[in-house]
Every structure is written in structure tokens, then in C-alpha cells.
Design a protein around this ligand. Structure first.
Ligand SMILES: N[C@@H](CCC(=O)N[C@@H](CS)C(=O)NCC(=O)O)C(=O)O
Length: 216
């Protein structure tokens, strides 16, 4: 199998972490078709990366679908808890990432890509902070990370969380998770994982390269 990867993508990073933690036979490749072209959309209907190329040649899109597929094909070592409730909690973290934190961050990405994106950065940082406060409450109500194993929900959240810290810092708030004890504990805990740390390092380098080359 092959993973069509971009190092700066938080969606690709979550899959990279999983692949390496499970030591799966998945090669990281660049897109076989230039991105953002009609040919890319023709080949890959959803038009996004990551994509998992299966051994039969089919491409599977959507990072969470890819991760669940890999867990189904390669159950050990398990990155999904056995208990239905803990598994639901795992899915809450992924859902939070893609329906709460990600949407609060995306206007800030637009500011980086378009000089005049019409985004109120202060209000948007407030929206990111509000999501992190919700996360803090959620983490306080669920099993402490110290008492459970790392799961797919952590792998999904960690790269997007890194972007929350990085973009907030870029736009003037160097400590957007200040005072959020549960969130801080979780972030320290998740970074103890070698593969999380490695993927975050890759995103950091790729994001810096993007910032150095983007049109001003
Ligand atoms: N819901 C998708 C989102 C993937 C996504 O938005 N990927 C971005 C990169 S971060 C992308 O491919 N954008 C188009 C492009 O860069 O050509 C997933 O979870 O895989």
C-alpha cells in the first residue's frame, strides 16, 4: 500500500503516525497527479490528500476512513479501545477535531493564503480559544490520558492541535491554551509519543518552508 502524503497536512500527519506506530507496510509517496488540477479531480473525486492506494490500485480518500480501514486490516497493535464507551470517547476526539477545532482554524489558514481574506483575526482566535475551553471540559469529564492508552482520537487531534498553537502564536497569541490544565496535560502526554513528535516535527519543517515561499 502507498499513502499519498503532504508533510504539512494535519490530515496526512494523523495517518503517518498510525502507519508508523503499527509498523505497517505503507510507503509514503507524493501525488501521482499534480494537485489542484482537473486531472487530479478526475482521478480522485473528493480532491483531497491523504489517499491510501490499496494493493489492487484503488485509492481510498478521507483520513478517518483510511485509519479505520487500517485498524480493521491490521488489528495489532490496537489503536482503538475495546470498550464501546472508550471507543465512543475516541470518536468524540476525532469528531471534535474535524467539526469544532478544524472549522475554527480554517479562516486563519485563509489569512495565510490570501493577503486580504476579510477575517477578523482577534474574533477568530477567540473562536479557537472557545473550542479549546470546550475540549478542556470534555477531557475533565473523561478518563485521564495517564490512565488509558493512546488511540486514534489522539492521533487525529494532535496534528490539528499543533496548528491551533502555531497559528495562534503567528497571529499574536503565544499561549492560547493558558489556564486549560486538562488540555495542557493531554498535549504534554501525547507529545511523549515518538511518532507524534516526529509527525509534528515534519509539519513544523514543511509549514516553515511554506511560510518562506508563499507570495506576500
Ligand atoms: N476530510 C479530509 C480533509 C483532507 C484535506 O483537507 N486535505 C487538504 C490538505 S491539508 C487537501 O488535500 N487540500 C487540497 C490540496 O492541497 O490539493 C480528510 O480527513 O482526509
Amino acid at each position: 500500500m502507498k499513502l499519498v502524503n503532504i508533510d504539512h497536512s494535519p490530515y496526512a500527519a494523523r495517518v503517518r503516525i498510525q502507519v508508523r506506530k503499527k509498523n505497517l507496510p505503507v510507503e509514503m509517496i507524493e501525488s501521482p497527479v499534480p494537485r489542484k488540477t482537473p486531472a487530479f479531480f478526475q482521478a480522485f473525486p473528493l480532491g483531497k490528500i491523504p489517499l491510501l492506494q490499496l494493493d489492487g490500485g484503488e485509492y481510498l480518500p478521507e483520513s478517518i476512513a483510511i485509519m479505520e480501514y487500517l485498524e480493521d486490516c491490521f488489528p495489532a497493535p490496537a489503536l482503538r479501545p475495546d470498550s464501546p464507551l472508550q471507543r465512543a470517547h475516541m470518536r468524540v476526539l476525532s469528531g471534535f477535531t474535524d467539526t469544532h477545532l478544524g472549522p475554527a482554524l480554517s479562516p486563519l489558514f485563509r489569512v495565510l493564503l490570501l493577503a486580504d481574506a476579510g477575517v477578523d483575526k482577534v474574533a477568530q482566535l477567540g473562536a479557537v480559544r472557545a473550542e479549546l475551553e470546550k475540549l478542556d471540559h470534555w477531557l475533565a469529564a473523561t478518563t485521564s490520558p495517564a490512565e488509558r492508552s493512546l488511540h486514534l482520537g489522539d492521533l487525529v487531534l494532535a496534528p490539528t492541535f499543533w496548528y491551533a498553537l502555531t497559528l495562534a502564536s503567528l497571529f499574536g497569541n503565544g499561549n492560547i491554551h493558558s489556564g486549560l490544565q486538562q488540555v495542557q496535560n493531554w498535549w504534554t502526554w501525547v507529545n511523549n509519543d515518538t511518532e507524534v513528535e516526529r509527525a509534528v516535527g515534519e509539519m513544523d519543517s514543511a509549514f516553515r518552508a511554506f511560510m518562506d515561499t508563499r507570495p506576500q
